[in-house]
Each structure stands twice: as structure tokens, then as C-alpha cells.
Ligand binder design. Structure first.
Ligand code: BTN
Length: 250
């Protein structure tokens, strides 16, 4: 452990497998209620649906671990808080416009710049935690991404044509997440959801949502209080999607 920021014990590494995994390992052997794990690179960075998350030097790869019982809905709400905090930190720090894409992406100029992966304990009686893993493509060179991803992802370095200061962006993000998490605990979830929706440019548009079970195509109407996407299908029926990958369709 190196230092404490905002009551979080901070652990920084040059290289780890995945900050989410390291945060869980540390929490199993320590009593700390709040932990942040930072790494310069990850060798097995994890994305949603078991995907690989490319994590070269220059990015912000971090996990926040809170020792508490968390429902799957609260974990999803926490990903919303993390993406709002990342969007705000990017907008304030660099005067870029950041948009949010359901359920967990931050976009700049229509391309993904940040992703969030929350994990929680599902079994009763076992060690209880919520881990919120956040990856921000900060000073990441576009060449680090495979060719097939380059039209869908971006980095701050690419958008600004210069490098950014990682420490202040990390602190801005952590402060924004912590503030929002406390407000959620105080009962202000509806306001936080409103804030999230304010950056959700896909709302009202024709979208496609792919999950393991099905592909839904229709108009994105709204997000409900539990973070589900409400979609009006082309048949006129309204459905709720709880997980999946969303693309705006022209
Ligand atoms: C996604 O959009 O699919 C989620 C990506 C989450 C990536 C971050 S990087 C830090 C933390 N550690 C991981 O292994 N994954 C998350």
C-alpha cells in the first residue's frame, strides 16, 4: 500500500493481470473497507462478456473495491456512477464532449474512450464486495488497438493530439465517483440517473441491442430506475433489456 486517497487505501503496480482480480485478492487478506488498485499495464485486462481489455502503458486502469453486500442492480447502478464520473472528469479536464452509451461506455466523438466492469459476490455467506473496474484510454496510441477496433475506439491522446496528466485525471475521476456513490447511499439515485441520461445521446434513436439470448431492434425510449433499457420494438411492443451491447442504427 502506498497512500490513502479519500479514505481509500491505494495500491499501485507497474503490471498486474487485472486490477479487478488484484483488488479482490487484497480484500481477501486485508480488513480495509475501501481499496483502489491502480496499474500501469494489465496483462489480462477484462472487459464485459469475458472480452479482453487492451491495457498498454499510458492508460488509466483502476479498480475500486468496497467491502459490502451488493445486489446485481446496485452493481449496475455503480457502473452508471463510474461512467458519469469519467465523463465529467474528461469534459472538465479537456473541454471534450463525453457521451454515455448504455450500459457502461463513455464515448468521445462517437468512439469508446472508457469502459466500466462491475463485479459483485452472488453467493450468500461468502466474502462480500463490489468491485468497479474502470479503463480510460488516456495516453494510449491508436496503434495499440487491433485494426478492426480502430473505427470504434479512441483515446484522449488521439482526440487532443497531445498527452494528458494521468494523476489529476485519476483523482478527478475518483473524487467524482466517491461523491456520486455517497449521494446514491443518501437516496439521490433518481437525480444521479437523470444526470446519466443527460449524456445519453442514444435515447430516442433507433438502436440494436445484442445479448446472448436475443437481438432487439427498435427505438430506445428510456432507462428505468434499475438501469434497464426500455425499447419499443418495430412490432410496437415495448421491452426491457437488462444486458447487452447497444449500437445506434441509422
Ligand atoms: C468493458 O467496456 O467491456 C469494460 C472494460 C473494463 C476495463 C477495466 S480496466 C481496469 C479494470 N480491470 C479489468 O480487468 N477490467 C477493468
Amino acid at each position: 500500500m502506498g497512500c490513502t486517497i479519500l479514505d481509500y487505501e491505494v495500491y499501485s503496480y507497474e503490471e498486474v493481470s487485472s486490477t479487478n482480480e488484484v483488488a479482490k485478492e487484497i480484500a481477501r487478506r486485508s480488513e480495509a473497507p475501501r481499496i483502489v488498485v491502480l496499474a500501469e499495464t494489465q496483462t489480462s485486462g477484462k472487459g464485459r462478456f469475458g472480452r479482453n481489455w487492451i491495457s498498454p502503458k499510458g492508460g488509466i486502469w483502476l479498480s475500486i473495491l468496497l467491502r459490502q453486500q451488493t445486489s446485481p442492480t446496485e452493481a449496475l447502478k455503480s457502473t452508471f456512477l463510474a461512467s458519469s464520473a469519467a465523463a465529467e472528469a474528461i469534459e472538465r479536464g479537456f473541454a471534450l464532449q463525453a457521451e454515455l452509451k448504455w450500459p457502461n461506455d463513455v464515448l468521445v466523438n462517437g468512439k469508446k474512450i472508457c469502459g466500466v466492469l462491475a463485479e459483485t459476490t452472488t453467493r450468500e455467506g461468502s466474502f462480500k464486495f463490489l468491485v468497479v473496474g474502470v479503463g480510460i484510454n488516456a495516453n494510449v496510441h491508436m496503434k495499440s488497438f487491433p485494426k478492426h477496433l480502430r473505427d470504434r475506439v479512441t483515446s484522449l491522446k488521439h482526440e487532443l493530439d497531445c498527452g494528458v496528466e494521468l494523476k489529476s485525471l485519476t483523482l478527478d475521476f475518483l473524487e467524482g465517483f466517491d461523491r456520486r456513490f455517497k449521494r446514491m447511499k443518501q437516496g439521490y439515485w433518481s437525480n444521479l440517473l437523470q444526470e446519466w441520461k443527460g449524456r445519453a445521446s442514444f435515447l430516442g434513436k433507433r438502436v440494436e441491442v445484442r445479448s446472448f439470448e436475443e437481438t432487439l431492434v427498435g427505438q430506445a425510449l428510456d432507462i428505468d430506475e434499475d438501469c434497464a433499457l426500455i425499447i419499443r420494438l418495430e412490432s410496437g411492443i415495448t421491452k426491457k433489456a437488462r444486458a447487452g451491447d447497444l449500437q445506434v442504427r441509422s
